[in-house]
Design a protein around this ligand. Sequence first.
Ligand code: ZN
Length: 436
Amino acid sequence: MATSDVPRIGDGEELGREMHALMRRLYPICRSITGEGVRSSLAILQEIAPIEVREVASGSQVFDWKVPKEWNPRAAYIRAPDGSLLGDFRESNLHLVSYSVPVHRTMPLAELREHLHSLPEHPDWIPYRTSYYRETWGFCLPHRVVQALAPGDYEVMVDVSLADGSLTFGELALAGESEDEVLISTHVCHPSLCNDNLSGMLVVAHLARLLAAAPRRYTYRFLFLPGTIGSITWLALHEERAEKIRHGLVAANLGDGGPFTYKRSRHGDREIDRAAEHVLAASGAPYEIQDFVPFGYDERQYCSPGFDLAVGSLTRTPWGRYPEYHTSADDLDFVKPRFLTESLGRYLEVIEVLEGNRRYLNLNPKCEPQLGRRGLYRTLGGDDKGRERELAMLWVLNLSDGEHDLLDIARRSSLSFPMIRAAADALEQARLLREA
Ligand code: ZN
């Protein structure tokens, strides 16, 4: 596949606005690791790409874990002694600790306090808290509200169902020339939070839409999963398919204005690592590279030793490193359309490298071949682009000894991957190169 086949989105202003408009529709939905919120969110993403919705029954054993009961909230609030409502779930789904168990009773303030969460350093923000695997309930409130609570009896209402049902996830596979797969995985389990994680859901869905319309060397698999339990479930159900995954990225935090961050796979030097690092270096913008740590998002599962997949994570500001992270301030204003578009563009560039990267053999390795005779030499002097093209050909000829792939050559020459890829195409056409 030649470079130009991977779609380009340019400045994509319109696309950014489209993504942000869909984010506005997804924002109010209460997602968790199971439940109707995930289903209705996937239904919206299906307007972008033909994602298949899969269900796995509660109680299913998945390696060392069990698929949990399905959680569906209906209402939640606290009624203060003066009759006013606090922490009303209808106003913000962040008010209710995710996976809270049902409760409806009256209690003194001291007892209620044990179930309240707030952020003293950001007294107007609502924190996001979960309690997936410990049966309890709780409310998240702005700290200034907690500080103003008067003594007295509080009525607590948590009307939720926690019952056998299923875990829901989305999957889309786009077949390519090869059965070897590229995995793009994102989590779908957060309620009203935009950067973490609606930005990942939207960028990945649009990536799937764009790649569906392009010729593909690799098969692409897009997974929209509840964090941790979702990737564990998918891996447990598809151990054989996982063996086909050659390269992968975990997508999240793609709508803030921070620099891109690439977290390497467990080995740190796989093709996906080299591809992502090359794209970020070539972007000319500041970026950060992090070594693998067995913490973070679903790369923890993909890179567990029993799978050891070449999966890294490409984000903007990493989780936990911006104050708005996991709070009500990670909202529709925090995420900007142009950052979403830019993130989608970076993913496409990494894919362009994966699609185009190959190893070649120079068929005329003893001294340089005569490029002019083959019409490969620039005809006009003083043309910088022509000089770069020529340099790219000389690099490709020199390093195509079977040891180096085009990505190595791009890095060593400090020329862009598309330019190296184009040089290899021209040399192959002139029969000076063949795939190793
Ligand atoms: Zn999160």
